[in-house]
Design a binder for this molecule. Structure first.
Ligand code: 7TS
Length: 407
């Protein structure tokens, strides 16, 4: 088993680099994950040997590109276990996916006085698009509170839901605390009140098996770059009947059926939501990443990352004055922490000199920071390619850094 993970790790060229003369310890996969060689190769092979446009030409190169592009849509369908590949829309990432739903779903379904519910522990990309929608439509934004461990208070959600609630938008795993949210319970409660649910899966889809039919959520979104694929590509899954009822997000090539100056009719799903020449190479790269992840097995990967999380959580607490922010009952492999009397930014800067990458700051989750009474944390986030030895080395460096900063 250990050998298998070592071999997997060697698939990632970046992981054998040194930084400031130290072996790289990459603990920032929650921000963006490193890429295996197969993903890098898929992109360069495509540009070097096969590159052509999609959907709009008859020649062989375009035919090949279009087939590959459509094939990846089916890979993404299978990855999320969506019913149909028409329910998979390619976007630029989680942020664009959420903005697209807020705009199009909002335009179709949200009226003055309606309500949108998010949670306290959302990333800004699952807050701001809803605020913009609420401002535009005269709707009301409500917020699910969280307890001191970082678990959402579902009884409070029950009180917040009303016949005016149109949509509940929550993350599957919080990027700032690591909380793994009980999506099925949330979906059941929201549906009982007649509301739809969008799940921000940016921190979940790359690290655990996701079955959108099982979750019964209405929308599920994630980013390719956090899933070991390229930047500039993301997925929006939406239930077919909802996507059909929503207006296009952008106008342009590919999203039309016929255009006249009097009236334009729109293409069917999924192209209705994919205006313009898409991110062709990025889609090909994402396809390679999905193949790679499915080759490992998402359950096996999740189990590995949970072991790293348990070990990291135990070891990091040996550091004097350290407090973990986010102790939810179930977590993704994310450890956010503060150390008494030491600023997170100083920790991050000093750790960098030892070759350790951790993120510091508010993690694009200022309301979460405010709720926990901090302005910033340092955050170590793991992926299956990290090792127990790296955690030991990281904790040793952290102890030295804290000792130095406290002197
Ligand atoms: N939602 C969650 C839960 C996230 O963690 C992120 C990015 C996003 C949405 C936005 O994703 P994007 O790919 O569109 O930018 N989170 C982080 C992070 O934790 N550090 O850097 C980016």
């Amino acid at each position: 088993m250990a050998l298998e993970w070592e071999q997997r790790r060697s698939d990632f060229p970046m992981l054998s680099k040194t930084v400031h003369g130290h072996p790289l310890i990459y603990f920032d996969s929650a921000a963006t994950a490193q890429k295996p060689e197969v993903v890098i190769d898929a992109i360069t092979d495509f540009y070097r040997d096969h590159y052509g446009t999609v959907h709009r030409a008859i020649y062989e190169l375009a035919r090949f590109s279009t087939l590959e592009y459509c094939h990846v849509r089916d890979k993404a369908r299978s990855f999320l276990n969506a019913r149909k590949s028409e329910e998979i829309i390619f976007t630029r990432g989680t942020t664009e996916s959420i903005n697209m739903v807020a705009y199009s779903f909002g335009k179709a379904f949200v009226k003055p006085g309606d309500e949108v519910i998010v949670s306290t522990i959302e990333h800004h990309s699952d807050i701001v698009p809803w605020q913009i929608l609420c401002e535009d439509r005269g709707a009301i934004l409500k917020v699910i509170p969280v307890d001191d461990r970082g678990d959402l208070l579902l009884d409070e959600l029950k009180n917040l839901l009303s016949p005016r609630t149109k949509i509940v938008a929550v993350n599957h795993v919080s990027n700032a605390l690591g909380t793994l949210n009980p999506i099925q319970d949330i979906v059941q409660m929201a549906h009982a009140a007649g509301a739809k649910v969008l799940v921000d899966g940016a921190q979940a889809a790359p690290h655990m098996r996701v079955d959108v039919q099982d979750l019964d959520c209405d929308f599920y979104v994630f980013s390719g770059h956090k899933a070991f694929g390229p930047t500039g590509i993301g997925i929006l899954y939406g239930k077919e009947e909802l996507l059909n009822a929503m207006p296009p997000y952008q106008g342009g090539g590919d999203m039309i059926e016929t255009v006249t100056f009097e009236k334009t009719t729109y293409n069917t799903l999924p192209l209705k939501f994919e205006a313009g020449t898409p991110m062709i190479a990025e889609v090909i790269g994402l396809g390679a990443a999905i193949d790679y992840l499915q080759g490992i097995g998402m359950d096996k990967m999740h189990a590995r990352e949970q072991e790293l999380l348990a070990y990291g959580t135990e070891q990091i607490q040996t550091v004097d004055g350290l407090r973990i922010i986010g102790n939810a009952r179930k977590k993704g492999a994310i450890i956010s922490f503060v150390v008494d009397g030491v600023h997170a930014l100083d920790i991050g800067t000093m750790l960098d000199l030892k070759g350790v990458c951790v993120r510091t700051g508010h993690h694009c989750a200022q309301p979460t920071m405010r709720r926990f009474g901090v302005t910033a944390t340092a955050r170590a986030s793991f992926a299956f390619y990290n090792t127990f030895a790296e955690i030991d080395q990281f904790v040793a460096h952290l102890q030295a850094v804290v000792h130095q900063l406290k002197r």
